[in-house]
Design a binder for this molecule. Structure first.
Ligand code: SAM
Length: 364
């Protein structure tokens, strides 16, 4: 393809300016909680453990780009489990309360339960997002290793629609078996993510609600986002959460539920008849930047302060260059203090076209 889009982490890009750090100012001291330029405190850390995936979801890793010639990161470039655990410990020391392992498909990373067992003692809420394809085999080992919660992505219950979306000919039944295995292992309620794309799976919204009502699991509808530069995002393809709620509410009346904690990304709703709850994640139509408390650690150890970022901050060279925990902690704190991202609030057609880092690399 003549004008094939090269995902940003494989392209040459200028190095970001190093954050300025006043060495006398240490993080997490009597100064109080670490806050960014907009007063937001760090709470969640997402760690991408691999940039590879066995699916080619059309809105995330389109096959035309992530094809047989695509250069995924070599193993030596990936952070080791020891490096990830060391960084995670430093993040927890800076106030992180929740860690989510993601990717790519995190369950493709060999021996992932070993990493989970290394992270569990940190005491953060330890969660994982997966396409569910290998959960039947892995769910019990993940639980035994100390994983607290699981989110499974499943965009449609209709066979043809799901296979077309994952573009790997993967059947619905195997994901449903994976969800059942997760529940059996003790992960219930499982959260189920459904990205809604107009004309692709939006006809399945009410059907999905009907299926998961009364199951004890929590279905969450995600607006199609302009992450990365390869998924051909257009505003016209976004189904606003308000429309999802209207369609479901007409079939099964809904009422709002209080957030579990400040900065929770999913807005919660419950069925008035007591059949459980759903969530909507509305990054496009109702930006939640002002409460965003997330850091993202890429597969190769770059730190990103926004899902829609163009640049990361290299931590791997610190890890591999003999830096002390305190040096690394100070670098992370400096990055957070200078953070001013609010991409979703200022999104325009033009910013949507800008080259941004891919979700499979930064971690979804
Ligand atoms: N492979 C795992 C999975 O499928 O859940 C974890 C990584 S995936 C990138 C994490 C989540 O991001 C999935 O629920 C996926 O559907 C969602 N996602 C990916 N691209 C998206 C986009 N452009 N807009 C909205 N959600 C997206």
């Amino acid at each position: 393809m003549a004008d094939k889009v090269i995902p940003i982490h494989n392209a040459l890009r200028p190095a970001p300016p190093a954050p300025r750090y006043d060495g006398a100012q240490r993080a997490g001291t009597a100064e109080g909680p670490l806050a960014d330029t907009l007063g937001r405190t760090m709470r969640d850390l997402r760690i991408s453990v691999t940039d590879r995936c066995n699916f080619r979801c059309v809105y995330c890793m389109p096959r035309e780009v992530f094809d047989a010639d695509y250069k995924f990161l070599p193993h030596a470039a990936l952070l080791s489990f020891e490096e990830i655990a060391r960084l995670a410990g430093i993040f927890v020391g800076l106030g992180v309360k929740k860690i989510r392992l993601t990717g790519g498909e995190p369950l493709l990373r060999k021996d992932l339960p070993r990493l989970i067992a290394m992270l569990a003692p940190l005491g953060a809420d330890l969660t994982l997002t997966t396409n569910g394809s290998t959960l039947v085999k892995q769910a019990h080992a993940l639980k035994d290793a100390g994983l607290n919660r699981i989110t499974v992505s499943l965009d449609s219950l209709d066979e043809a629609t799901f296979r077309a979306m994952n573009d790997a000919d993967f059947p619905v039944a195997r994901v449903l078996d994976g969800i059942a295995a997760a529940a059996d292992a003790g992960f219930a309620p499982v959260k189920i993510n459904m990205v809604v794309k107009r004309g692709v799976n939006d006809h399945q919204v009410v059907e999905a609600a009907r299926h998961w009502r009364d199951s004890g699991h929590i279905l969450r509808f995600i607006e199609f986002m302009d992450v990365g530069s390869t998924n051909g995002w257009r505003m016209d393809d976004v189904i606003p959460s308000a429309e999802v709620l209207r369609r479901i509410g007409e079939a099964f009346p809904l009422e709002p539920v209080e957030a579990n904690y400040g900065g929770e990304v999913a807005e919660r709703w419950r069925y008035k008849d007591g059949a459980g709850e759903i969530g909507v994640i509305s990054s496009v139509t109702q930006a939640f930047c002002r409460d965003c408390n997330r850091m993202r650690l890429s597969t190769e150890g770059s730190l990103f302060t926004c899902l829609f970022a163009q640049h990361g901050h290299d931590l791997k060279s610190l890890l591999r260059g003999g830096a002390t925990d305190e040096d690394i902690r100070d670098r992370i704190a400096a990055v957070w203090r200078l953070r001013d991202d609010r991409y979703s609030e200022i999104r325009t057609a033009e910013t949507a076209r800008q080259r941004k880092v891919e979700m499979s690399y930064i971690g979804g």
